[in-house]
Design a protein around this ligand. Sequence first.
Ligand code: AMP
Ligand code: ZN
Length: 487
Amino acid sequence: MTDAPQLALFNSLTRKLEAFEPVHAGEARVYTCGPTVYNYPHIGNMRAYVFADVLGRTLSHRGYRLTHVINITDVGHLTDDADAGEDKMEKMARAQSQSIWDIAAHYTQAYWADIAALNIRQPAKWSIATDYVPQMIAFAEKIAPAHCYELDSGLYFDVSTVADYGRLARAVTDEGEGRIEAVEGKRNAADFAIWRKTPAGETRQMEWDSPWGRGAPGWHLECSVMSGDLLGFPFDIHTGGIDHREIHHPNEIAQNQAFCCNPGDACDLDTPANSGARVWMHNNFLVERSGKMSKSSGEFLRLQLLIDRGYHPLGYRMMCLQAHYRSELEFSWDGLAASLVRLKRMIIVAERLADVEAGEPSHPKLAPMIEAFEKAMAEDLNTAVALTALEDVLAAKKVDPAAKRAVVERMDAVLGLDLFGTSRADLRLRPKAAAIDEAEIEDVLALRKQARADKDFATSDALRDELAAKGVEAMDGDPLGWEWKLG
Ligand code: AMP
Ligand code: ZN
């Protein structure tokens, strides 16, 4: 354990900052709602996993034995979270004339590539929804007698059978106001399908036999089952994006209450553990004003698009860290460029420590910075402030390099910027559209440097023009700027 101040996390369920107290001494068990793999994730989705990663790293840094589970939803998530529309996977498979399994495999790989590019640590387990269907059926059988009813279209959860339904949500009341009642026969507008029967005469690509007929599990059921199975109820922390606070997580909570409590028990949410998790945490959205984030817009904001334009993906991680996870973050290309330059400044200094062996992570000069860092992270993961503490350490003068290296390593283990694994040259990615390769650019720049040293300005200017003709702008003077960029 560190001697860091007590970790306080904002619990969306109680709407309060709470001191983190693990359910099992010395352990932290965290479940993160993962992607529905019907398409590439956009960079807003990836913000949710950067946040969960920082949370996990912070818990590890504090000495907790972390068990982190992220699920992959490959069945059951409908085009409308409120239980309407069709399965996102089925729809995409039809549009691309491929099997759902191929769609799932392709987009899961793409998601994992983004996870790696953003230096997000591997969770203990990626749980794949379709691997848990028998467990889902068993869970549903257990809660069905006291909490569910059957309609032609499936097995529905009656939200009036649990206490405090919808407490987590902000927009939805107990009456389910704001929901569309999409299914005839539901007892309450907010009731949701935990098993969707395949309509008579149809077959779905993915369907299983169940006591309620052939069909597929509901999306909310999946997360209840995988989190409970792998982490045990109650576990410590459940995370997701802020949209999940409105429907998906209230529904998971209702199922967890039904599963964990005996019929007739009060089982209210004044005891957060009845919800299945002690703490529910939600990251706010990444927003983009022109609508480029939407997956239905042609060229949407995927991490690969940033890379294709020459931005190193860790520049995006930096952008996420600069904002508090509970604040909305606005994406802009200028903002991304500024984040990348900030990262570059840090990496230039870190490179000076490349050959230094880490010593004791302490030094009188660094103590206040370490304290500021720990305090910031303890206050509901204030990465924005923690970053400045790390920069202060990097900038500190007359400090034993071995101590400095150790402290930077420890802080970077929490923030995950990979300062010692990334070089200044790595950050200068070649945009996909560039008509000239990097080695060529470097060669011309070397000639130009020599020409300038020789005070042969005519040659220097000619070389600059040669690059400009290929769309490369040579940048002089600013040691922190880029030596070149695409014009
Ligand atoms: P999905 O694949 O749609 O289930 O979303 C994956 C994760 O991304 C969920 O935790 C969402 O809450 C989250 N999410 C969706 N859109 C955004 C956004 N614009 N900014 C941050 N998180 C988001
Ligand atoms: Zn989920």
